[in-house]
Structures are given as structure tokens and as C-alpha cells.
Ligand binder design. Structure first.
Ligand SMILES: Nc1ncnc2c1ncn2[C@@H]1O[C@H](COP(=O)(O)OP(=O)(O)O)[C@@H](O)[C@H]1O
Ligand SMILES: [Mg+2]
Length: 364
């Protein structure tokens, strides 16, 4: 800044054009800058942080802009007073030298790629600063380039408001095949879901710290089964859970590395797989909708999973059934069995059932 103030040419341009053309006050390195005040003001967000839901939304926008594909949100309320939220993503991460700077006003890495979404302009470097002002605590628990980021925020519900009803799922209606939210309190679930509907490529998980830990742990143990590339997964934060064999260590690492406070007892339940892991929010919603909706609507599936077996034609099903029955006839002789010539076949959601009646041959 000092250098700029002393630079007669920059001063001349600034006087001539107004200093909004000099967007950068300080270059912090590694793609981060501090914007000058008029640029930050130009990028004013439509509204400031007024609730816990606003905080969650700003954190989600940050994870999205960091190129995350999976985001985990763990939320708890203690003594009906303290809300604690931990947000973990597998995005680009923040270099160590900037871990404290990102909480300062007007510090951003989005100088050239300002993003406008339905919530307004994003990239004025003010959200983390504002969250720090209104919350009891905000920590960057962990972040490293290529490995993702974990933020933990704590607020007093008496000081920063949040919706009272935090358990009702919103109701969805479909218009031209597109899901839209029509009802439900503007709580954390709705905030996250609305965001997820706008960004359906994101896998977002929402639950308690114990549920999130169980899910993340299972995900890292189950990489092969999920078919994800072990190479990229190897760098992600949750890799630290992979070698853990004792509940005490799981509880300790979860708190220190993932910002998730889970008792040793719950860590034991996680290790013995007694905690049901979370499904991505959009899938959870599909299941909830199916419970609520009339049969006509039930067919609309948010994830568009068509029953596999229903794709096979009746003629092909019968062909398969007769093939099985023919094979069985050959074996049947060996066991003195008659095979009924009319096998029955039916296609269920994801399986085919062939029923073949057996009869004893002669007086065996
Ligand atoms: N989840 C995240 N992953 C990676 N970088 C992040 C994340 N959250 C915040 N940041 C970094 O911190 C900077 C400041 O964030 P913020 O205060 O929300 O301002 P803005 O998003 O407008 O730049 C961002 O520009 C980004 O570089
Ligand atoms: Mg932001």
C-alpha cells in the first residue's frame, strides 16, 4: 500500500479514474490478495451474516468455489444454547501461511474469478471476517492444498439467531421434472438442501458428529468398493482415519484433525459398525419424499434410479427362464428329478426370480 501511495503514476491514475480501478491493496502471494476498500464495497453481498443458516451458506459457497466434490456438515446443539457446526470438504485447501489471514477483511483468492450465484456476488473476502465477528468462535481446524479443509464454528443461539425448528425436512414439488422446495422452515437442512439442489453434482452429507465420523471413516475404508480413485483419495484429510484400530485414538484424531467431538463410547460404536452411516442429502430426501407422496408421485426419483430389472423385456425373461430350466433338466436326471416344463419368471426392482417346480422321478 505504502508503495502505491508513493507511486506518482498510480496516484495520478487513481485521481483520474477513481481508485476503484486499483483493486488490490496488497498481494499476499499464492493467489491471495487483500482488496482495497472501494473494490470490497463494490462487491458488497446482498445481506450480512444474520443467522446460523447464513454462516452455513457462506461456508458451502466457499467449499463449492474451492472445487469440492464432497462436503460433510456436522451439527449439534448443546444445552439448547450453543450451536456447533463443523464443515469438511475435499476441495483445494488453503496454504498454511494464509490460515490466519483468511479471517481478515477483504482477503480473497477470487480477484479474477468473482462468482455470482442466486445468493449474490461472491468474492469480496468478507464472509469469514463477518462470521468471526458474529460467532463465539471460528477455527480453521485443518486445511492443506489438495487435501481439503475443515472449519468449525460455534455460536450462542441467544446472540445469533437460528430457526427454532431444525428437524423438519422441506417438502419438494416437481415442476417440469425439476425439484423445487415449496414448504418447510428456513432451517439448516433447508439451507443446505436448497444449495444442493442448485449444485446437484455436489455430494453433501448432513448429520451429527458421530454420524459424520462414521461416514467419513467408512468412505475411506471402502474406497475400492466405491470405485473411487485411490490416488486422489490418498491425499484427502480423512485418510488419517484409515490406520486407526482403537476407539480412544479415533476419538482423539477426530477432534484434532476433523473438528468432530465424538466420545470414546461412540467411537467404539463406530468401530464396531453400529452407527448407521449417512447418505448424501439428495438421496435421503428422495427416500423421505417416497414416504410422503402419493403412489403417482412416488415414481419421481430425485436421483433418477430406474429399476434395473424392468429394462428386460418379457420375451427375454422367458428365454432366460427356459435356458435355466433346460440346464436343470440335465442335472435333474442325476438326482432322479422331474423338472416342470413351465418355469415362472418375474422381474423385481434389481433382481430376476425364476421358479422351477421339481418332482421326484418314478418311485425314488
Ligand atoms: N473451504 C475452503 N476451501 C478453500 N479455501 C477457502 C475455503 N473457505 C475459504 N477459503 C479461502 O478463504 C478466502 C476468504 O473467504 P471469504 O471470507 O468467504 O471470502 P471470499 O469467498 O469472498 O473470497 C477465500 O477467497 C478462499 O481463498
Ligand atoms: Mg466466501
Amino acid at each position: 500500500m505504502a508503495e502505491k501511495e508513493n507511486n506518482p503514476l498510480i496516484n495520478f491514475v487513481a485521481n483520474l479514474t477513481g481508485n476503484q480501478y486499483l483493486k488490490v491493496e496488497e498481494d499476499l502471494g499464492q493467489g491471495f490478495v487483500r482488496l482495497n476498500i472501494s473494490e470490497a464495497e463494490r462487491r458488497q453481498a446482498k445481506h450480512d451474516i444474520q443467522s446460523m443458516e447464513d454462516i452455513v451458506l457462506e461456508m458451502l459457497r466457499n467449499s463449492r468455489d474451492a472445487g469440492a466434490s464432497r462436503i460433510f456438515i456436522a451439527s449439534t446443539k448443546e444445552d439448547n444454547l450453543i450451536r456447533k457446526v463443523t464443515i469438511t470438504d475435499d476441495g483445494d485447501g488453503i496454504p498454511t501461511e494464509l490460515h490466519e489471514r483468511v479471517f481478515e477483511p477483504r482477503v480473497t483468492s477470487k480477484l479474477e474469478n468473482l462468482i455470482t450465484d442466486r445468493y449474490g456476488i461472491h468474492g469480496r473476502g468478507m464472509a469469514l471476517f463477518s462470521i468471526k465477528q458474529v460467532s463465539d468462535e471460528i477455527d480453521l481446524v485443518f486445511s492443506a492444498p489438495g487435501r481439503g479443509t475443515v472449519f468449525r464454528v460455534q455460536t450462542s443461539t441467544g446472540l445469533l439467531s437460528e430457526r427454532k425448528d431444525q428437524s423438519t425436512y422441506p417438502t419438494i414439488k416437481y415442476r417440469n421434472g425439476e425439484p423445487i422446495i415449496i414448504k418447510g422452515p428456513h432451517n439448516i437442512i433447508r439451507t443446505v438442501l436448497e444449495f444442493n439442489l442448485d449444485h446437484q453434482h455436489l455430494e453433501i452429507y448432513l448429520g451429527s458428529p458421530t454420524e459424520v465420523l462414521a461416514t467419513v471413516r467408512m468412505m475411506c475404508l471402502d474406497e475400492k468398493a466405491r470405485g473411487t480413485s485411490a490416488k486422489s483419495e490418498d491425499y484427502k484429510i480423512w485418510r488419517c482415519l484409515k490406520p486407526i484400530k482403537a476407539a480412544g485414538i479415533l476419538s482423539d484424531i477426530a477432534e484434532r484433525r476433523l473438528g468432530l467431538r465424538v466420545s470414546i463410547r461412540n467411537a467404539q460404536r463406530i468401530m464396531s459398525e453400529r452407527i448407521v452411516t449417512l447418505k448424501p442429502l439428495l438421496e435421503t430426501l428422495t427416500a423421505k419424499q417416497e414416504e410422503q407422496e402419493e403412489p403417482e408421485r412416488k415414481r419421481i426419483d430425485l436421483m433418477k434410479t430406474e429399476p434395473l430389472a424392468k429394462r428386460i423385456s418379457q420375451a427375454d425373461l422367458e428365454h432366460i427362464a427356459h435356458k435355466v430350466s433346460d440346464e436343470l433338466k440335465i442335472i435333474g436326471d442325476k438326482y432322479f428329478m422331474e423338472i416342470s416344463p413351465d418355469p415362472e419368471v418375474c422381474a423385481d426392482r434389481d433382481c430376476i426370480r425364476v421358479t422351477i417346480k421339481l418332482q421326484s422321478k418314478g418311485n425314488y
